[in-house]
Design a protein around this ligand. Structure first.
Ligand code: ADP
Ligand code: MG
Length: 573
């Protein structure tokens, strides 16, 4: 094939692929343009998860009628003029390619009016074809409407995820920017539902309250530090609030959301010794530094940046976060709390549920397996003779071929999980709360819960929508009685953001596994001999007794052979 210059429409579709990956990227580009135009009010309307419509309206500077056509020309920008400007960038955009790209893969309409003119102007682009600019009546500011995204790039349409995933990406993005710009009034409407709404009064804690709920907003610790040319502001969670992933540790550099694994690590390290392994804080940190200290032009969607003084920035973030934490947290070790946790860890203490009571609730729930179904336990685990418990965490047992150490928590998780799975849909009993409890979630989490409502009912929850991202819990599974209802529901959603819309059956399994993890007896709980025996015999009856539902081992086997070698008996004989 001979080398040829690609026709402009092909070239622009290729370029669009870099900027416009999914509906959320369109929302990002349009919102960034509105912010660059100095808007104080940004209203976003999305239909069909962005496939049908994305409309962003702002009250910013507007665009001169004479320049409207330039907005959709490639490499046309009002934000820089020389290459050197790249290193002093104060705006979010600068490449002048977003609108051109979006116009090449959708039906785009831009309507805009500057404050000094009486009339607005409108321009349409249909799959890259640009219409004449027409005068129209409009209010001051800009409205950009993107209809039928990717209608002319079917391959890209196919790569989009389920609606719920695409909607979540959009919500996450708007949530982040609403947090970064508390002085801007944001509204996101997905189909006819308002899912993100802030007041724009400049109070960031209030923004957190409207995005994540009042309770979290009250708990978040303020971070404020200045090092030389670097200012770090924002919020980070108290040690009582943790998450199972790093996803809610977000950074903004000079008003731009960036992803940077090293900065995330810096925050996590600041919590060293304060959080259990596998638990992470939630933080939103806003770093300000002279623009020349950061290169923002290293990534197609500008989601990553390069720093000149990487080390300083990293240690600044770590110190600032640690300082915020120390200012609000008792030093571990000198706490008088007998369990050994700092006082402000109510989640850990109150969630410990005794083996006996969990088992009792199971009995009440009719979930106990009939004894005598021993054939299920035939694979794997031999009959074991209980010796006892050590470290209030492990059972010691003897088998035909040596010693078995059993992790009581992992084992109980497995037992509960199999009971749940066996009884799904039939006899899972829920416990009605004396007083219904309201819980607030982030927009993205709220969508997840809504999506999972039928499953939650099947698992014994009774949960109703109760206003913007708020739910009313009326009942929880009997097996979770003893847990704070809000915590019980929260633990079910926090991992899902990471999943790319897994299969329903898989999702259900995960929910059940998570419930069991919560309900299972914890390490550190002394068990009576009969409780130990019951656990062991229940484990023997499991289909897959050797691992917990999350795949960790429930038991370690030390064979007689190994013991003999360790004691040097083998060699001696
Ligand atoms: P960039 O943001 O990199 O300059 P874009 O393609 O996103 O490139 O936008 C091109 C130009 O259109 C911008 O430089 C700006 O002058 C103008 N523009 C786009 N959106 C808006 C808006 N909402 N308000 C005012 N001007 C806008
Ligand atoms: Mg732009």
């Amino acid at each position: 094939m001979s080398i040829q210059v690609l026709p402009p429409e092909v070239a622009s579709q290729i370029a669009a692929g870099e900027v416009v990956e999914r509906p959320a990227s369109v929302v990002k580009e349009l919102v960034e343009n509105s912010l660059d135009a100095g808007a104080t009010k940004i209203t976003i309307h999305v239909r069909e998860a962005g496939r049908g419509l994305i409309e962003v309206a702002d009250n910013g500077s507007g665009i001169q009628a004479g320049e409207l056509a330039l907005t959709v020309a490639r490499h046309a920008t009002s934000k820089l003029s020389t290459a050197d400007d790249l290193f002093h960038i104060h705006t979010l955009g600068f490449r002048g390619e977003a609108l051109a790209s979006i116009g090449s893969v959708s039906q785009l309409t831009i309507t805009s009016r500057e404050s000094k003119s009486d009339l607005g102007a409108q321009l349409k682009v249909n799959g890259g074809e640009v219409s004449e600019v027409k005068p129209v009546g409009s209010s001051i500011g800009t409205v950009v409407k993107v209809a039928n995204l990717f209608y002319n790039v079917p391959a890209r349409l196919k790569f989009l995820k389920k609606d719920i995933t695409e909607r979540r990406h959009i919500e996450q993005f708007v949530t982040r920017y609403a947090l970064a710009y508390p002085g801007v009034r944001f509204q996101l409407r997905q189909d006819e539902r308002v899912t993100v709404q802030t007041s724009g009064n400049g109070d960031r804690r209030e923004v957190i309250a409207s995005l994540y709920g009042v309770e979290l907003a009250q708990q978040m610790l303020e971070v404020l530090a200045e090092y030389d040319q670097l200012t770090i502001k924002g919020f980070t969670s108290a040690i009582s609030h943790t998450r199972s992933n790093r996803q809610e540790i977000t950074f903004f550099i000079n008003g731009r959301w960036v992803q940077d694994a090293a900065l995330v690590t810096a925050v996590v390290q600041a919590y060293h010794t304060y959080l259990m392994v596998g638990r992470y804080p939630q933080s939103a940190l806003f770093l300000e530094m002279p623009p020349e200290m950061v290169d923002v032009n290293v990534h197609p969607t500008k989601a990553e940046v390069r720093f000149r003084e990487r080390e300083q920035i990293f240690s600044g973030v770590q110190r600032a976060t640690r300082r915020a934490l120390l200012a609000h947290t008792p030093v571990p070790g000198i706490s008088l709390n007998p369990v050994g946790f700092p006082e402000s860890r109510p989640n850990l203490n109150s969630n410990i549920q005794s083996w006996a009571s969990a088992d009792q609730t199971l009995l009440q729930a009719g979930l106990r397996m009939e004894s005598g179904s021993a054939e299920a336990g035939d694979l794997g685990v031999p009959l074991l003779r209980l010796v006892g418990q050590i470290a209030a965490a492990y059972l010691v047992a003897e088998g035909p071929d040596g010693l078995y150490l059993i992790d009581q928590h992992a084992a109980h998780e497995r037992v509960l999980f199999e009971r749940f799975m066996d009884n799904k849909g039939s006899s899972i009993v829920s416990q009605t709360l004396l007083q219904p409890v309201t819980v607030e979630f982030s927009a993205a989490e709220a969508r997840l819960i809504e999506d999972q409502l039928p499953t939650l009912v099947e698992l014994g929850f009774r949960v109703e929508s109760f206003g913007l991202n708020t739910f009313l819990i009326r009942a929880i599974p009997q097996i979770l009685v003893g847990l704070e209802p809000a915590a019980a529901l929260r633990v079910l959603v926090e991992d899902f953001e990471e999943d790319e819309a897994p299969l329903q059956a898989e999702q259900e399994k995960k929910l059940i596994a998570r419930i069991c993890k919560r309900a299972a007896v914890k390490a550190g709980k002394p068990l009576s001999f009969s409780e130990q025996e019951a656990l062991l015999s229940d484990l023997e009856k499991c289909q897959a007794p050797r691992t917990c539902p999350h795949g960790r081992p429930t038991m370690i086997h030390l064979s007689v052979d190994l013991l003999e070698r360790q004691f040097g008996r083998r060699g001696a004989r």
